[in-house]
Design a protein. Structure first.
Length: 257
């Protein structure tokens, strides 16, 4: 009876400790609450960049990146460092393939960066419309944006190491890659009426999205969308967006990246 009472007392003590232990979940290994051992939540840009840098530094077979965001000017030193890291990865024998939005072709800083890594041996292609942002290293590491935790930092993301998930993501990347145009072809392709941003917008409208939804999907302001469409209407000599969409349906620009 004494032994049983001692065991019962110890059990009650542990039960009383449970609320204290549960309160630690917000600060200790929060990724376990959401992802488990095959994925880790990285809550800040610094955490994401640090992990990506550490993993990329060990790349030996392949680095695949998909960048759907609108191009923007960045610190030249950061861009130069990024190009140098890609060159080092290529020199280590890894295959580097990068997929950009078609709007990046006309962005001067991005175009300069891409030419540098292409000269180093990287393969780069462009694709119109939206596609998921991702990075896959050595078929073992996948980095994606956060789509789980509400209210998180906009630069938060996940480091996924589950083999099935990484393999599936690579198949998605390959499907996008097969549909994309080579950067060198896209850069030299003459477009008579539209630029890359306008083609992205038109493809969103063609898919049934409103101007507001297209702006959100393309990560630009609605004013930018309206301005691009107004400029295109003026270039075409048309009065309405309906006329533009009829023209777009049979335009050769529709086949450009």
């Amino acid at each position: 009876m004494g032994t049983a009472l001692t065991e019962l007392r110890d059990l009650v003590t542990r039960i009383h400790e449970i609320p204290t232990l549960e309160a630690l979940a917000a600060d200790y290994d929060p990724h376990r609450m959401y992802g488990g051992p095959a994925s880790e939540y990285l809550p800040t840009r610094a955490a994401m960049n640090g992990r990506i840098g550490d993993v990329s530094a060990t790349a030996s077979t392949s680095v695949l990146t998909a960048q759907p965001g609108a191009p923007a000017d960045r610190d030249p030193r950061v861009v130069a460092l990024g190009a140098q890291r890609v060159i080092e990865t290529l020199n280590a024998g890894a295959d580097v393939r990068s997929l950009y939005t078609s709007a990046a072709v006309s962005h001067a800083q991005t175009a300069t960066y891409v030419r540098q890594i292409i000269d180093g041996g990287a393969q780069v292609r462009t694709l119109s419309g939206m596609f998921p942002r991702m990075m896959i290293v050595d078929r073992r590491h996948l980095f994606v944006e956060n789509a789980i935790i509400a209210g998180a930092d906009t630069d938060a993301g996940w480091h996924v190491t589950d083999r099935g998930c990484v393999a599936w993501a690579e198949s998605v990347f390959d499907a996008l890659w097969d549909r994309a145009a080579r950067w060198t072809v896209a850069a030299s392709e003459a477009t008579t009426m539209t630029n890359g941003r306008q083609r992205q917008i038109l493809m969103e409208l063609e898919a049934g999205y409103t101007k507001t939804q297209a702006a959100r999907r393309l990560e630009v302001s609605e004013r930018t969308v309206t301005g691009e469409l107004s400029a295109l209407r003026a270039e075409l000599g048309m009065r309405t967006l309906y006329q533009v969409m009829v023209w777009w349906a049979t335009s050769r620009d529709r086949d450009l990246p």
